[in-house]
Design a protein around this ligand. Structure first.
Ligand SMILES: [Zn+2]
Ligand SMILES: [Zn+2]
Length: 107
């Protein structure tokens, strides 16, 4: 009977092979790459990802509050200006085009 005398001492590094999984959210196939599998093992994650990266990212972002936009009238061209802050009456608001124009003019 053949017996490898170093049997116990040999630590076989696990071979990672890209694996194709199906996303439970969008139904698309995605690759659980060897690198990701190694990462999961290192972190001690027992479960394979159930969703593709796009869906996971979408979920991550969904947790964040959506950015709120206010609409104001551009003080320059009179067009619609989308701003990320509450417009106040004492400060003129510009649309992005006019804002860029003014910024350039200041240089
Ligand atoms: Zn997906
Ligand atoms: Zn404008």
């Amino acid at each position: 009977m053949f017996q490898d005398e170093n049997n116990d001492a040999v630590v076989v590094e696990k071979e990672y092979v890209d694996e194709t999984l199906v996303c439970k959210d969008c139904g698309q196939e995605f690759v659980f790459t060897a690198g990701e599998q190694r990462f999961y093992d290192e972190k001690g994650f027992l479960n394979k990802p159930k969703a593709c990266k796009a869906c996971r990212d979408a979920k991550k972002n969904a947790g964040k509050a959506p950015r709120e936009y206010f609409t104001a009238v551009c003080a320059d061209c009179g067009g619609e200006a989308k701003i990320t802050f509450q417009p106040s009456s004492d400060r003129p608001v510009y649309c992005s085009a006019c804002f860029e124009k003014r910024k350039k003019a200041q240089d």
